[in-house]
Write a protein that binds this ligand. Structure first.
Ligand code: AMP
Ligand code: ZN
Length: 117
């Protein structure tokens, strides 16, 4: 695993070592169905290079890579949510992050409440 973290479940999915329902893959980005969906459509969009969170990604990756990740998440949101969608990036324990490989949640297909829990 060239850039992968051997202890990271998303790096294992990116490397094809753990199965996932892939929706999109290019040189930099992978999008998969969340295994425990919180909405009728729940997609995770992530950089393929291991990076723990948005703070590190935005500090270390090019502005173009950061923009492309968010742009792809919004594109999938538009495809999945005829009436809109929600993008969520959890970071740290208070943020509710459980997998320490950056991913954008794309939630669609139901009305989202505010504030989030
Ligand atoms: P977070 O709590 O923001 O770190 O989100 C982690 C997400 O990854 C959760 O929504 C999990 O349901 C999801 N997840 C964990 N393991 C897998 C897996 N093997 N395949 C797909 N999604 C997963
Ligand atoms: Zn990783």
């Amino acid at each position: 695993m060239a850039e992968g973290d051997p202890n990271c479940i998303f790096c294992k999915i990116i490397a094809g070592e753990i199965p996932a329902r892939e929706l999109f893959r290019d040189d930099d980005i992978l999008a998969i169905e969340d295994v425990n969906p919180q909405a009728p459509s729940h997609v995770l969009v992530m950089p393929q290079a291991h990076v723990a969170n948005m703070s590190t990604f935005s500090d270390t990756a090019s502005a173009e890579k950061v923009a492309r990740l968010l742009s792809k998440a919004a594109e999938i949101g538009r495809q999945r949510g005829a009436k809109g969608f929600r993008l969520v990036i959890n970071e740290g324990s208070d943020g509710g992050q459980t997998v320490e490989h950056l991913h954008v949640h794309v939630l669609a297909g139901r009305h989202m409440r505010w504030p989030p829990g």
